[in-house]
Design a binder for this molecule. Structure first.
Ligand SMILES: O=C(O)[C@@H](CO)OP(=O)(O)O
Length: 223
C-alpha cells in the first residue's frame, strides 16, 4: 500500500526569533537540523520512491537530512528545472534509476506568502494590531494578511499541484515524501481530511514531526 508522508521543515532560524517568514528563504536552526535527523530515523524503514519539496531551503534541507537516515540505500537526487542545469543532467540507466529518489522542488508547495508581515516579529505585530486580528491573519481560511495570501489563496496553488503531481504517484503505488511548511501543509491536510473552514483554524502542524497516510482505494487514511 502506497504511503504519503507530510513533514513540516524543522525549526528555522526565524522560527526561533518568532518572525513571520512566508517566502523569505531562511535556513534551519541547529535544533531544526536535529529535528530533521529525528524525523528521518522515524521514517528510516520507509522505502521512498519520490520526494516533493517547496523551493525553500528549509524544506529542502529537512528532506535531505531526513533521507540521510534512511535504510533504503537509495540516493535522493535534486532535479533542477532551470534550463542550463537540466541540460547538464545525466540520463540514468535503469539500474541507477532504481537506486535514486527523484526530488522535485516546486514553488506551489512554498509557504503561504505573508505579504507585509514578512520579517516582522509575531508578538510585536499582535501588540500593534491586536491578538484577534493577528490570529485571523495567521489561522483563518479566508482572511489574508496585508498584501499576502489567505490560506484559501495558498490552497489554490497547493491543491491542484497535489492532485496533478502527487496523487498519480500514489495511484502507481509509490511512497511519497512531501517536505513543506506550516501553512502550505495545513491547506493540504484540510483537503485530504476534508476539514471545514472552522476546523482548519485549530490545526497546528509542528516542525519536524511527520504525518503518515496510507493510500487505499482512492482514499488517504491517516495512520
Ligand atoms: O512565519 C511563517 O511563515 C509561518 C510559519 O512559521 O507563521 P505561522 O506561525 O503564522 O504559521
Amino acid at each position: 500500500m502506497a504511503k504519503l508522508i507530510l513533514i513540516r521543515h524543522g525549526q528555522s532560524m526565524w522560527n526561533i526569533k518568532n518572525v513571520f517568514t512566508g517566502w523569505v528563504d531562511v535556513p534551519l536552526s541547529a535544533n531544526g537540523i536535529s529535528e530533521a535527523i529525528e524525523a528521518g530515523k522515524q521514517l528510516a524503514d520507509i522505502n521512498f520512491d519520490v520526494v516533493y519539496t517547496s523551493m525553500q531551503i528549509r524544506a529542502l534541507e529537512t528532506a535531505m537530512i531526513a533521507l540521510a537516515q534512511n535504510n533504503s540505500d537509495k540516493t535522493p537526487i535534486l532535479l533542477h528545472t532551470e534550463a542550463k542545469l537540466k541540460e547538464w543532467t545525466t540520463i540514468y540507466d535503469d539500474e541507477m534509476k532504481k537506486n535514486m529518489i527523484p526530488v522535485h522542488h516546486n514553488w506551489h508547495l512554498n509557504e503561504r506568502y505573508y505579504g507585509e508581515l514578512q520579517g516582522k516579529n509575531k508578538t510585536k505585530t499582535a501588540e500593534e494590531f491586536g491578538e484577534e486580528q493577528v490570529h485571523l491573519w495567521r489561522r483563518s481560511y479566508d482572511v489574508p494578511p496585508p498584501n499576502g495570501e489567505s490560506l484559501e489563496d495558498t490552497a489554490k496553488r497547493t491543491i491542484p499541484f497535489f492532485k496533478e503531481s502527487v496523487i498519480p504517484e500514489l495511484k502507481t503505488d509509490k511512497n511519497v515524501l512531501i517536505s513543506a511548511h506550516g501553512n502550505s501543509l495545513r491547506s493540504i491536510v484540510m483537503y485530504i481530511e476534508n476539514l471545514s473552514k472552522e476546523e482548519i483554524v485549530q490545526l497546528e502542524i509542528p516542525t519536524g514531526k511527520p504525518i503518515l497516510y496510507e493510500y487505499e482505494e482512492d482514499k488517504l487514511i491517516r495512520i
